[in-house]
Design a protein around this ligand. Structure first.
Ligand code: UPG
Length: 494
């Protein structure tokens, strides 16, 4: 197979912004390096990024979409429920996963028709490993998470350190990791500490992952070298780190249109930031699907106001409070000039990259974590569910570029009903992070340095750039071996 052979890769993102946004960036990145990229998704999800792909095609990239129907009605979901963000109860999640298993047949039809050389699919589409093997092509797994949270989960399962403690809030050290990582049982997902349907699914994911060609990880080596090695050597995975993929978005329009269309004009947002001093603004956002209760939002509003720190706050209105009765009376009026409220969807990467942003209060989704690291900001960590407590430990205990808001309990659903952090604590951590004390300045310096390294890593010669070159080369070799095997089989069968 010559080095001029154009690889054709199928990208199959899971239908949730936190999983699809990085895979779309990845498909575009591969296309920019000469592959033919085809993204497989459903009609409503295609809507979120079809304009971006149009712009890429105008630039000459070989990138396209194939749309398959999402069987919402077949599994009892309302019409138009095609992404995790449109799910309103935890019970609907079970139906949602059932619907995704029904995508196998249309997906295989596309495989037969287009005969790509490789599939890069989300971990939740574990059945693509078997399909890939049936069609003699490589499957690479994308988790959305990085080496640190994956290694941490693995060792918690391996050594079950939570079994020998007296209470859920007792601190234990997770054994066998390169650093001394402290956690509590209350911070662990249900499916780790007890057996349930998710644990069963994670087991299948794990098994199919070991049989796959390897794993692509949205991270960079210099951010977590010990965990990159741990994951490969101790956990026996073949993995390529090719991120931060968000850095592939260079111009304003690309940065502002990741995921949904932003609810604010990006130029107004930039103008607002232009009036602020460097590193003076706190950006507050809890990802694509977390939705806090009215009481919690009130605490955030009061805490932010009391801190007197300029902020941008992205608010997802609680489903039972569309009239927004959670903001204190006159809040927006008083905050004019100091606080910018964005309802629903913000151009996050554009905001983080602005020099006025100094801190990020985040739920610690992996994308937000890495986007914050790439922008060189410091963090207030406020994990809620999924891998977010792991990412909090990474920020506060390994990188040491953030402080915790103090939420101590893992939630099983994206819409926690309780108040997790009170206004006094919010005021305290915001003031502490944005101040100019010795500790805050040291964190700031470390964060800025990491941001510089992140940018270099995706440039030609950088570690992620080189890793991607290596991965493309390995996929070509795989294609070549498979093609010659096929020719031999055909010759024997003649
Ligand atoms: O107003 C918004 C809100 C989010 N985003 C983007 O949406 C993505 C959000 O991803 P992430 O920060 O990872 O949060 P979640 O959407 O909650 O991601 C899910 O998927 C991640 C990857 O597996 C996990 O780490 C998280 O725990 C899980 O909740 C990021 O790229 C953000 O830039 C915006 O652009 N504007």
């Amino acid at each position: 197979m010559g080095s001029d052979y154009q690889l054709h890769i199928f990208f199959f993102p899971f239908m949730a912004h936190g999983h699809s946004i990085p895979i779309i960036d990845m498909a575009r990145l591969f296309a920019a390096r000469g592959t033919k990229s085809t993204i497989i998704t459903t009609p409503l999800n295609a809507y979120f990024f079809s304009d971006t792909l149009d712009r890429d095609r105008q630039k000459g990239l070989d990138i396209s979409l194939q749309v398959i129907q999402f069987p919402s009605a077949q599994v009892g979901l309302p019409e138009g429920c095609e992404s995790v963000e449109s799910i309103t109860t935890i019970d609907m999640l079970v139906n949602f996963f059932e619907a995704t298993t029904k995508l196998q047949q249309p997906f295989e039809q596309l495989l037969k028709k287009h005969q790509p050389d490789c599939i890069i699919s989300d971990m939740f589409f574990h059945w693509t490993t078997e399909l890939a093997s049936k069609h003699g092509i490589a499957r690479l797994v994308f988790h959305g998470m990085s080496y640190f949270p994956l290694s941490l989960f693995e060792n918690i399962k391996r050594y079950a350190p939570y079994e020998n403690i007296a209470s859920d809030s007792d601190v234990f050290v997770v054994p066998g990791l390169p650093d001394q990582i402290e956690m509590t049982k209350a911070q662990l997902p249900d499916h780790i500490v007890a057996r349930n349907a998710i644990s069963d699914m994670m087991e299948v994911i794990n098994e199919t992952e070991l049989k796959s060609f390897g794993i692509v990880v949205n991270t960079f080596y210099e951010l977590e070298p010990a965990y990159a090695e741990y994951y490969k050597n101790e956990m026996g995975r073949r993995a390529w780190n090719i991120g931060p993929v968000s850095l592939y978005n260079i111009n304003i329009v690309d940065k502002a249109t990741r995921g949904q269309k932003s609810s604010i004009d990006e130029h107004c947002c930039l103008q607002w930031l232009d009036d602020k001093k460097p590193n003076s603004v706190l950006y507050v956002c809890y990802g694509s699907c977390s939705r806090f209760s009215s009481n919690q939002l009130l605490e955030i509003a009061m805490g932010l106001e009391a801190s007197e720190i300029p902020f941008i706050w992205v608010i997802k209105t609680p489903r039972n409070n569309e009239k927004e009765q959670f903001l204190p009376t006159g809040f927006e009026q008083r905050m004019k000039g100091t606080g910018l409220l964005i309802r629903d969807w913000a151009p996050q990467v554009l905001i983080l990259d602005h020099p006025a942003i100094g801190g990020f209060m985040t739920h610690c989704g992996w994308n937000s974590t890495l986007e914050g690291v790439s922008a060189g900001v410091t963090f207030i960590t406020w994990p809620v569910f999924a891998d977010q407590f792991n990412n909090e430990k990474f920020i506060t205990q390994v990188l040491k570029i953030g402080i915790s808001a103090g939420n101590e309990v893992w939630n099983s659903w994206v819409e926690p009903e309780n108040v997790m952090v009170k206004r006094e604590m919010i005021e305290k951590v915001v003031t502490q992070l944005m101040s100019h004390g010795e500790e805050a300045d040291e964190m700031r310096n470390r964060a800025k340095e990491l941001g510089e390294i992140a940018k270099r890593t995706v440039e030609e010669g950088g570690s992620s750039y080189t890793n991607l070159t290596d991965l493309i080369e390995k996929l070509r070799e795989h294609k070549s071996i498979h093609t010659s095997q096929r020719s031999k089989e055909k010759a024997i069968n003649k």
